[in-house]
Write a protein that binds this ligand. Structure first.
Ligand code: ADP
Ligand code: ZN
Ligand code: ZN
Length: 739
């Protein structure tokens, strides 16, 4: 008997490319409408996996081999046609399994096969007037902090074990139980409320021009590069554009590099759009509990949340009424996913905006060369903000030549004098050094041996306070030895400076001024970063020392001197993007100085004051640097003038990793892919990490198509190669880190 059956196309969450056919369970009674976008549990090989139905085709004849899905998990689609289309594009572009891509569009609980949580979630929320801290009551303080951090409340599940504390807070009028979803307003209400959004600042002429350009493109695709110096009021332009989109009934997606580092920004958005209802603005980032993420995701996916503010992965959040995308600090490297399928959130935002036919705004004071190239080609429209909104001026930059000058703990005498002058005059001083720990190496003075990681080809960093040697690549650590592990000599030196050492030096040099060090080591404890940032903002801390964490996005109005302690490592790196990153960083750090009434100053210590890049920065600012770097990239046939894909391979045995890539290289040559240049295989910059040897093969092409064709063909060809055994390999399209 011939049976009519519906064949389901399922993207299975497994590391295998392709879409697989299944049929519905025999006893299925749900009908066949709206199957796409729902999750299913399916038999897959010997296991059972989660999948997402991407289509259902009516088939004349049922092939008897087709297995039935075990269960359809959702009553309605979780992903709509737009989400599936985006997923399909991503899977194709990044050569990733569609099932894995779609799985990442779901919160962890749903990815794991759990049911969509019931709409009623009980929790607790903080009340107006509750303090941040209760002196002498650590537990109350802890719980209060948690409640303060989540405007929409914290679910009871995340507050297990502290019921007594919560009751105490309730009695003092500081917290109350709530039904969390009840705080989410229906989207109809939000439209009336937009009128009550607090009036924005009077935009200046440049801001108005930028806003009008964006607003004129609502409802269709257009890409804007909002290129405005730090403090020029980019955020104000985002807010104006967002209001325009919200008034049209659209949802807005805002991407930021790291939310934990920019609590002020979140507060600003939340405050501006508060009249839309408490849950109109939801936040999505990795430090949230799984439950909180799920709630925020659901609010976005159902359309109740009008503004989604999130980090990298938020770009994949389903938003049925998406009408505008904003990518703040678009040049930031953290937008690139560095494991699994390595998407770039900014690039995904562009594609998503294009597919949906909505405008996208990329903002930065220091745009990536990639985005500047798009402007040059007329694909993005550049909007300029050239003046600081508050009227403050950009601080002058000074190169401090430290050649032949004695350095005291990394400081030259003129620098110390300058710092002292600023501190005495009441200013704050910000020092930037991108190296944590005490010293980057422990070296034997007798035999020259450097203590290195047993697992990686890299020296261990000395963390003196903890008495440990730590590998910053794999995290391995051991006690600082008393003698050299090669010759036993106790004459050990610690060359170079990390933030821990600089802190110690500064405490000795300026004992009368309060200091805050902000890096990953000093902010491990929950709440530590917030506390430190608060002291930096209030002006209580006079000397601010830190790594990138300190350079990103903060607005410290009292800082009058910003110092780059060591610019040289960025000039000498083997990564071709290092000089671009260095300039971006210097300009960002410089942007922290002199934001308010007091004029600022920026000092860069270097052994290479004549370096063309530093000279360009001094005399032509970021623009001139970008031009210079752009010419260099063009001559070297590097992005944005070429497209790259990096094949990485690692194995316990170095020869295996190398042989696999050699076979790949030969394959590309055999296929006579002329448009493609193949570099390598070569050892990765960090040749050994966590006990595995690492090699890489770089593919370069002036056009994208040959590159993608090559990678596609490799995908199927390599399956039969014996060289694959024992080798873990991965593909990085548009790599950002060459390591
Ligand atoms: P950016 O995002 O470019 O760094 P912000 O939007 O944070 O700049 O603005 C910097 C400062 O200038 C903020 O304190 C902001 O309140 C203020 N500001 C922005 N636009 C205006 C304006 N039109 N008039 C007055 N102050 C403004
Ligand atoms: Zn020795
Ligand atoms: Zn290591």
């Amino acid at each position: 008997m011939i049976q009519e059956a519906v064949v389901l196309k399922v993207a299975v969450d497994a590391p295998v490319e392709g879409i697989f056919d299944y049929v519905l369970p025999v006893d299925w009674e749900g009908g066949c409408a709206a199957l796409a976008g729902r999750r299913v549990r399916v038999p897959f090989g010997a296991s059972v996996r989660l999948g997402v139905m991407v289509a259902a085709d009516a088939l004349g004849e049922q092939s008897p081999e087709l297995k039935a899905v075990e269960a359809v998990l959702d009553e309605a689609p979780l992903l709509d046609a737009d989400d599936l289309r985006l997923g399909q594009w991503l899977a194709g572009y990044y050569h990733a399994p569609l099932g894995e891509v779609l799985a990442l569009m779901l919160p962890a609980s749903l990815r794991g096969g759990g049911a969509l949580c019931s709409r009623e979630v009980r929790g607790w929320r903080v009340l107006v007037g509750a303090p941040q801290e209760v002196v002498g009551a650590t537990r109350q303080t802890q719980v209060l902090r948690k409640l303060h951090a989540a405007v929409d409340g914290v679910s009871a599940m995340d507050l297990r074990g502290v019921t007594a504390v919560l009751r105490a807070l309730e009695q003092r009028g500081w917290a109350e139980p709530c039904v969390m979803s009840a705080t989410l307003l229906a989207c109809g209400d939000t439209l009336h409320a937009v009128a009550e959004v607090p009036p924005s600042l009077m935009l200046n002429a440049e801001q108005v021009a930028a806003h009008e350009a964006i607003a004129a493109h609502m409802g269709r695709f257009a890409a804007f590069l909002l290129h405005g110096i730090t403090g020029s009021g980019k955020t104000e332009v985002y807010l104006a554009a967002m209001t325009a989109a919200l008034l049209r009934g659209a949802q807005v997606l805002v991407l930021v590099p790291e939310i934990a580092l920019t609590p002020q920004l979140v507060a600003r958005f939340a405050a501006r759009f508060k009249p839309l209802g408490e849950a109109a603005v939801v936040v999505l980032h990795s430090a949230m509990t799984a439950r909180a993420r799920e709630l925020a995701w659901q609010a976005a996916q159902s359309g109740r949340a009008r503004v989604v503010l999130g980090t990298r992965s938020a770009v994949l959040t389903p938003m049925p009424q998406l009408g505008l995308i904003v990518v703040d600090e678009e040049h930031d490297p953290s937008y690139k996913q560095q494991e699994g399928w390595r998407y770039h959130a900014r690039d995904v935002a562009l594609v998503r905006a294009q597919q949906r036919g909505v405008p996208v705004v990329l903002g930065s004071a220091t745009p990536s060369l990639e985005s500047l190239a798009q402007v040059a080609q007329g694909r993005y429209q550049r909007l300029r903000l050239t003046e600081r909104a508050g009227g403050a001026r950009m601080p002058p930059i000074e190169l401090l030549d430290v050649r032949k000058r004695p350095l005291q703990d990394g400081f030259s005498a003129p620098l110390l004098a300058k710092m002292s002058a600023h501190l005495v005059a009441g200013g704050q001083v910000l020092l930037f050094l991108n190296r944590r720990g005490f010293a980057p190496a422990l070296e034997c003075h007798a035999c020259g041996h450097v203590e290195s990681c047993h697992q990686c080809s890299a020296p261990m960093t000395v963390h003196r306070g903890r008495g440990r040697l730590v590998c910053h690549h794999c995290g391995a650590e051991r006690a600082v030895p008393r003698g050299c592990s090669a010759c036993g000599s106790s004459d050990l030196a610690m060359p170079g400076q990390g933030t821990e050492r600089i802190e110690l030096a500064l405490r000795g040099l300026f004992p009368e001024f309060a200091l805050e060090r902000i890096d990953r080591d000093t902010t491990r404890r929950k709440g530590a970063l917030e506390d430190k940032l608060a002291r930096a903002h209030s002006g209580e801390a006079r000397v601010l020392l830190g790594t990138q964490m300190l350079a990103k996005g903060h607005d410290f109005p009292g800082v009058t001197l910003a110092v780059i302690l060591d610019a040289d490592s960025g000039l000498m790196s083997s990564d071709f993007r290092a000089p671009e990153r260095l300039v971006q960083l210097i300009v960002q750090v410089a942007g922290r100085a002199g934001r308010a009434e007091r004029p600022g100053e920026v000092v860069i210590q270097t052994h290479q004051p004549e370096h063309p890049l530093l000279q360009a920065l001094l005399h032509g600012g970021f623009e001139r640097c970008a031009e210079l770097l752009m010419r260099e990239r063009e001559l070297a046939h590097l992005p944005p003038f070429a497209h790259l894909a990096l094949l990485r391979a690692e194995a316990k045995d170095a020869a295996k990793a190398q042989a696999f890539l050699a076979r790949c290289a030969a394959f590309f040559k055999d296929e006579s892919m002329e448009a493609l240049q193949v570099w390598g295989p070569a050892p990765a910059p960090l040749e050994r990490r966590a006990g595995r040897f690492r090699f890489q093969l770089l593919l370069v092409s002036a056009q994208r198509a040959p590159l993608h064709r090559a990678v596609q063909q490799l995908g199927s060809a390599q399956q039969a190669w014996p060289e694959r055994r024992g080798v873990k390999w991965s593909l990085d399209i548009d790599p950002q880190e060459m390591g």
